[in-house]
Design a protein around this ligand. Structure first.
Ligand code: SF4
Length: 306
């Protein structure tokens, strides 16, 4: 899902940036190997699915606002927001629940669960999504499936500045499309153990984001030696960062090549086609939701649609 409506929670003043970013997201996905020509891979534009907005509205009537205020991810993001949150920001976990549950296949009895790939920081949102699904099913009848999170090998990557989350808007991210030189510059600026000021000082790799990246992207044997070198002081941060830049560039090179290839493709077609399929699935779910909630108003309109 290309969550362009959710992007408005933080970029309401920059709608053109969101429009430009849609293509960038698609190129990134193609670059990392998502293949929308396969039958079960669909690139879906959130704002082109009005049923998502409708489902968000229904769910927002069911969830106490206090639950949003207690959500740990919301709390963390509020600290970084730097301005008063909008109502839309505060309820974005509800819209995420709609983003997931709208695509419950119909009839749900044929399936056991929805598998949802997420970052580790999104787990509270999935718990909330399951609460909403259970609540809805108990009150109105079985429409939604439970969702099961699938967290990748790297659940969440720290920012280059040491902040808990890497984020483009915080300027602490290394992007898939970054050139080898940009990766070198970004890596050279990375936060390190503040007590290791020069080569020779003993360092604490476990507190250093550079080492976190080495651990996630490098070879484990090299990392054991690297941690030793850091602790003993023999390894300096400049060299350690240069080695990280090499590792990241090796990792990113094939992704960059694929991204370049993707730039020649008709990425709009993938979004149009994926969104069309998603609307077919979501359209069935929303009909089931309206029926369950007595919002189809057969008593007023009969079977004719308005
Ligand atoms: S040597 Fe490497 S792991 Fe140790 S503090 Fe410096 S950058 Fe971090």
């Amino acid at each position: 899902l290309i969550a362009d409506i959710q992007a408005l929670t933080t970029h309401i003043r920059k709608p053109s940036l969101i429009e430009d970013s849609v293509r960038e997201v698609v190129l990134d996905w193609l670059a990392v190997g998502l293949d929308p020509t396969r039958p079960n891979v669909h690139f879906v534009l959130q704002s082109a699915i009005p049923e998502l907005t409708e489902l968000t509205t229904y769910f927002s009537m069911m969830v106490p606002f206090s639950e949003m205020e207690k959500n740990p991810t919301i709390k963390e993001e509020l600290e970084r927001l730097g301005s008063a949150p909008t109502a839309g920001f505060m309820i974005y976990p509800i819209s995420q629940a709609a983003d997931i549950l709208l695509f419950t296949p119909c009839p749900p009895e044929k399936y056991d669960e929805l598998l949802v790939p997420v970052g580790a920081d999104q787990l509270p949102h999935l718990e909330g999504t399951n609460r909403i699904a259970r609540h809805f099913n108990r009150r109105y009848g079985n429409v939604f499936l439970p969702c099961i999170p699938r967290v990748g090998a790297v659940g969440r990557l720290v920012g280059t500045d040491g902040q808990a989350k890497m984020s483009k808007s915080l300027g602490n991210a290394i992007q898939l499309k970054d050139s080898a030189d940009t990766v070198r510059t970004q890596t050279a600026k990375m936060f390190t153990d503040p007590e290791k000021l020069r080569k020779g000082d003993p360092g604490r790799p476990e507190l250093c984001p550079v080492y976190t990246y080495h651990r996630e992207f490098g070879e484990s044997q090299d990392n054991l030696a690297r941690a030793e070198g850091c602790r003993s002081g023999q390894l300096g941060c400049v060299q350690c960062k240069q080695e990280l830049a090499d590792t990241l560039n090796d990792f990113l090179e094939p992704i960059r090549a694929k991204r370049q290839e993707a730039e020649g493709m008709d990425s709009n077609y993938f979004v149009q086609e994926g969104t069309r399929v998603a609307r077919e699935i979501g359209g069935k779910t929303i009909i089931a939701v309206r029926e369950a909630m007595h919002l189809d108003y057969k008593s007023v309109f009969g079977n004719s649609k308005i």
